[in-house]
Design a protein around this ligand. Structure first.
Ligand code: PMP
Length: 393
């Protein structure tokens, strides 16, 4: 007798409504031969500084066998992160840095710490699905604000919500190279959002995995304009490698004991090897040259994708040129449903993520957009993939 476990188990209601994400569905495709993936936010691991990585890794294996043990967070890595935060315009010290197993865990920890069940949160209408996954167990009231594709989150809409007396647990934002929209929040809006956080006593979770990947001038992060209630989430996933599972959050010092005990329930201190490799790479002083290599390679791929979009979709779509991050957001001018179009494009061996997968509130409002990743495929693949896409819709 076949038993449907999902129906028989008495799961809490949020679990019953959990569906696999489009991203999970599309991971498998990326490894098929001749498949071109514009779907996932993958860095190109061929840009890893292999010689230095080998040296650093060998040194850890030879001399620091504790790297394979449960061990306390690496204080020296925090010192390196303090220097990186300076580059993002933030002065902080080691006592405000908490190391995480990647940015996603930083989000999970902060959401768990700040959000009461059922409380409101402010998100953009189209949002990084990972934050939605973190929110789900808390069944929050999701309040959304629109995004301008040139200047980012509608901060006036945020202000209207706050003025109305609503007290959200936090505002979540990816201000640089937004995922999924690719936009950078304009400088004046950064300052205004930081002011609002301060005036209304509402925390901001600033998720910044792409803040160092800029293709024109870099803007200081929102945290640099504000105080203690702006919580910054950083990650080495896009800088070095997601497999290192190394990220951090910048929080007031008094948060650290809470985060320590909360993190213990997630995974204890097991990312030690990744942390040591990250620290070894940073100490070799390769950060700036490595970022230059990444930024110039990704800029070239971004430009190739824009060129190919203009060449193969001359009039049907609209898009902006992103100044940071990994994604170009494309809107179809006619009412094309990109969710329905996906099957045809998978048959043509090219993938993207349809706009509906990023809806903060489930519904059919955003149906004619798609997120295209340009960091992972070579220029040649980018041209071929865009050509295939243009033939499928
Ligand atoms: N936030 C955003 C906006 C992301 O795009 C990602 C990765 N796709 C993450 C957080 C999490 O990254 P990681 O856990 O690998 O640091």
């Amino acid at each position: 007798v076949k038993i449907s476990l999902l129906n028989d188990f008495n799961f809490p209601s949020w679990v019953k409504h959990t569906k696999p994400s489009a991203i999970d569905d599309l991971i498998g495709y990326a490894s098929q031969p001749d498949f071109i993936s514009f779907a996932l936010g993958l860095p190109d691991q061929s840009f890893l500084p292999k010689a230095v990585l080998t040296e650093v890794t060998n040194d850890i294996i030879e001399n620091e066998i504790d790297a394979f043990q449960y061990s306390p967070p690496l204080e020296e890595l925090k010192t390196e992160i303090v220097k990186l935060m300076h580059l993002r315009g933030v002065s902080c010290d080691e006592k405000q840095i908490f190391l995480t197993s990647g940015g996603q865990q930083g989000l999970n920890l902060l959401v768990t710490l700040l959000l009461e069940r059922g409380q409101p949160v402010i998100l953009e209408e189209l949002v990084y699905p990972g934050i939605l996954q973190s929110l789900k167990p808390f069944s929050p009231e999701i309040l959304t604000v629109p995004t301008d594709l040139k200047t980012g989150m509608d901060v006036e809409a945020v202000e209207r919500i706050l003025k109305s007396g609503v007290k959200p647990a936090f505002i979540y934002i990816v201000a640089d190279g937004s995922n999924p929209l690719g936009v950078n929040l304009a400088l004046d809006k950064r300052k205004r959002l930081a002011e609002l956080a301060n005036t209304y006593g509402v925390p901001i979770i600033e998720d910044d995995p792409y803040g160092f990947l800029n293709y024109s001038n870099q803007l200081p992060c929102i945290k640099s304009f504000g105080g203690e209630n702006i919580f910054y989430v950083g990650s080495f996933s896009k800088i070095f490698s997601p497999a290192l599972r190394t990220g951090w959050v910048v929080v007031p010092e008094c948060f650290l004991p809470l985060l320590v005990s909360l993190k213990e329930s997630f995974d204890v201190n097991i990312a030690t090897f990744g942390q040591r490799i990250t620290m070894g790479l940073l100490r070799k002083n390769i950060f700036e040259s490595h970022m230059q290599i990444l930024c110039s390679a990704y800029r070239e791929r971004r430009d190739k994708m824009i060129l190919s979009l203009n060449q193969y979709f001359p009039t049907e779509i609209s898009f902006e040129t992103p100044d940071s991050g990994f994604f170009i957001w494309v809107n179809f001018i006619e009412n094309i449903n990109t969710t329905l179009m996906l099957e045809k494009s998978l048959n043509a061996k090219v993938s993207y993520i349809p706009s509906q997968s990023f809806s903060a509130i489930a519904g059919a409002k955003h149906t004619s957009g798609m997120r295209l990743n340009f960091s992972y495929s070579s220029s040649q693949q980018i041209e071929e993939g865009i050509k295939r896409l243009a033939e499928t819709y």
